[in-house]
Write a protein that binds this ligand. Structure first.
Ligand code: FES
Length: 159
């Protein structure tokens, strides 16, 4: 299944911010709302947030670049997020990531066909079934290279 995101539009971004209080401490929530809706934070959204919260563009940009989970470019249709927190590491998530880097995409990068982004995350709340991963919004446990390959085939076929 592809990401369920809305294409970026200035009016849609403005509408999202209308639901947030105008408090300079809300830079991060505002960025998260943008990413949740559009799949990333477009440059136009940075200026929009700065204006809405009455802070500088540099302030917003500073928060945007500090948090690695915030994206500044649109995501690939499929994102594979592998948990590399402690419990999943004990179950082999680092080895899984190494396998995926060889066979799928570089960590933090995109597959050669442009269809899949590979990222690491820290705890998905599925520690007892590690290694855990999210394939788009689908949580999977005890993942292996083979099960991710199968899940990707499903995701590519999904409408
Ligand atoms: S440590 Fe991986 S899901 Fe919690």
């Amino acid at each position: 299944m592809a990401h369920l995101v809305t294409p970026w539009a200035l009016a849609a971004g403005q509408e999202l911010l209308e639901h947030l209080p105008t408090d300079e401490r809300l830079i991060l929530p505002a960025l998260q709302v943008m990413q949740q809706s559009f799949g990333y934070v477009p440059p136009e959204a940075v200026a929009l947030i700065a204006n809405s919260l009455n802070v500088s563009v540099a302030d917003v940009h500073g928060v945007l670049t500090y948090y690695h989970e915030l994206r500044t470019t649109p995501p690939a249709p499929i994102t594979v997020a592998v948990c590399v927190a402690e419990a999943c590491q004990a179950s082999g998530s680092r080895e899984l990531v190494a396998h995926l880097e060889t066979n799928l995409a570089p960590l933090g990068g995109r597959s050669a066909d442009g269809e899949v982004d590979l990222v690491e995350v820290f705890c998905l709340g599925n520690c007892a079934l590690g290694p855990a991963a999210l394939i788009n919004n689908r949580l999977v446990g005890r993942v292996t290279g083979a099960s991710i390959k199968s899940a990707l085939a499903d995701a590519r076929l999904a409408p």
